[in-house]
Design a protein around this ligand. Structure first.
Ligand SMILES: C[S@@+](CC[C@H](N)C(=O)[O-])C[C@H]1O[C@@H](n2cnc3c(N)ncnc32)[C@H](O)[C@@H]1O
Length: 496
């Protein structure tokens, strides 16, 4: 019978190693040639881009794959974590690729079979190695693969060409590798040597030659240095445990988030950005209160891009999924986590990407919070940067009066759609929706006056003229406030 869960390799192998940059690139090339590439893998497993392969899915994946060709063997070893008989590997994996995999420490054998020593998962065009599935328990230094928060952070990062970048808490190195594509130089830090091993290997495998790894806690390895961009996906989970370095920061409550946010400004060059994933005990009456307090006197402007608010049960459930197939341990963990939140008086937990921008003159900055829609995120760094730029321009303009005399235009990414409904025997026009096709996935329902105003805002007239042409005089103050809001969010832009 086919296995129902991944089998960790014997002897807990060390992270793979590159040998030399050219050997790593050659390995990546051979893997792709053998069908180990994002699109082929998705087609082969009939899956979307979320290759989680949890235990319940494994039997179907294995049946879909078979074991009669090279991609099937490689996917079993490196994606699904299932051992393969030695003869099968010898028969089906080309001698050159087999030798390269062994040289990189990606294969381990026991008396029965060959095991993948690491997980190797495609992320867009990249291949990212991490610790094998099902091998976390009992190992605080376990290095996980790319997860949803990693992807969210990558999408929200404000990127500029040629900059000096820092990836704090690099883990498997995914952020550093993405930074390497546009930054001149990237420093990737982690307190976990095992993570740094994976980060270095992944950088080499993906041809990122400008990534330097450094060991140490948070900002210690870069003390006194300044960067144009800092990205951080720290162990921000508010958790009572210290089981895993990737999740439990070893501080109380939301202190990891607080520590990183308070320390980041000192590592930023003037005009530099920091994009930091955070979680905090949230007060529903003022959700941004804690992050705002962490930034007092920081000399930074900030957007709090609020991704979700969870209750304690939801948070405890999400972060203990690895225990799902052990019901008693799972229930005990939920009780422990819930008791912890009760003790701290936390009734809601906020999750966000906090984007900071260092002011050039060190003066006090502002913080604006934006609730992001539940819709899936997509690359939005340019949009995030526009939020800052628009905020600056509106501050320069000052009163709404000046805005009235500016020409505004709907952005090219904006699309208006209308539902039509068949009711009471005929088709009727329904709600109008405005949404953005790129960047942050904001959308808004439009009433008729707002829709008319938007149509008038094609850049040819000032806001005052558009309001006069499209909106009844009583509704104009509302129209002005709406236009300002749409500008702040990025539906509208200033023409000059
Ligand atoms: C959530 S993982 C981030 C992985 C990766 N950057 C990503 O975006 O997917 C958090 C990382 O923080 C590291 N870490 C935990 N405590 C740390 C500390 N005090 N200083 C630096 N890194 C730390 C962990 O080892 C882990 O690799």
């Amino acid at each position: 019978m086919e296995p129902v869960r991944a089998v960790p390799p014997p002897g807990r192998p060390a992270p793979p190693r590159a040998g030399s940059p050219s050997a790593a690139l050659e390995l990546a090339r051979l893997l792709r040639e053998a069908g180990y590439a994002p699109q082929q893998i998705q087609e082969r497993l009939a899956t979307g881009d979320q290759l989680l392969a949890r235990s319940p899915e494994l039997p179907s994946y294995l049946r879909r794959l078979g074991d009669a060709d090279e991609p099937a063997v490689l996917l079993r070893l490196f994606l699904l974590g299932v051992p393969v008989a030695r003869e099968r590997v010898d028969q089906l994996v080309g001698a050159e690729l087999r030798a390269r995999l062994a040289e990189a420490g990606l294969l381990v054998e026991d008396s029965e079979a060959v095991h993948g020593a690491a997980r190797l998962v495609p992320h867009d065009e990249l291949l990212i190695a991490s610790d094998p599935a099902g091998a976390a328990e009992g190992h605080a230094d376990h290095v996980p693969g790319v997860h949803r928060p990693s992807v969210a952070l990558a999408h929200l990062t404000v990127r500029r060409e040629g900059e000096r970048a820092l990836d704090l808490c690099t883990g498997n190195g995914i952020q550093a590798i993405l930074l390497a594509a546009h930054a001149e130089r990237v420093v990737a830090t982690d307190v976990n040597e095992r993570a740094l091993g994976y980060a270095a290997f992944n950088a080499a495998l993906n041809g990122a030659a400008n990534v330097e790894t450094r060991a140490g806690s948070f900002f210690e390895p870069v003390e006194g240095e300044r960067f144009d961009l800092v990205v951080a996906n720290p162990p921000y989970v508010v958790s009572p445990e210290s089981a895993y370095l990737f999740r439990d920061g070893g501080m109380s409550g939301d202190e990891v988030s607080e520590h990183v946010v308070r320390a980041a400004p000192a590592a930023l060059a003037p005009g530099g950005f920091a994009c930091v994933l955070i979680s905090w005990g949230l007060d529903p009456d003022d959700p941004a209160e804690r992050p705002r307090s962490w930034l007092e006197g920081s000399g930074c402007d900030a957007f709090l891009l609020h991704t979700s608010t969870d209750d304690p049960v939801e948070t405890a459930t999400v972060w203990n999924r690895d225990l799902l197939d052990r019901p008693e341990a799972y229930a005990a963990a939920l009780d422990r986590w819930l008791a912890y939140y009760r003790k701290l008086g936390i009734e809601q937990l906020g999750y966000a990407c906090l984007v900071l921008r260092k002011r050039s003159d060190g003066s006090d900055g502002w913080l604006e919070a934006r609730q992001l829609p539940r819709a899936a995120l997509r690359p939005a760094g340019r949009h995030v940067r526009t939020l800052f730029e628009t905020h600056d321009r509106l501050a320069e303009l000052g009163a709404d009066r000046s805005l009235l005399d500016r020409r505004l235009r709907i952005v090219e990414d904006a699309v208006v759609t209308q539902d039509t409904r068949f009711t009471e025997g005929s088709w009727r026009a329904g709600d109008l929706t405005l949404r953005l096709e790129n960047g942050l996935p904001f959308s808004a329902e439009l009433d008729s006056p707002t829709a008319r105003m938007i149509r008038a805002l094609d850049g040819s007239m000032t806001l005052r003229e558009a309001l006069a042409a499209a909106v009844e005089s009583d509704d104009r103050p509302t129209g002005l406030a709406l236009a300002r809001r749409m500008l702040e969010i990025g539906f509208l832009e200033l023409c000059e």
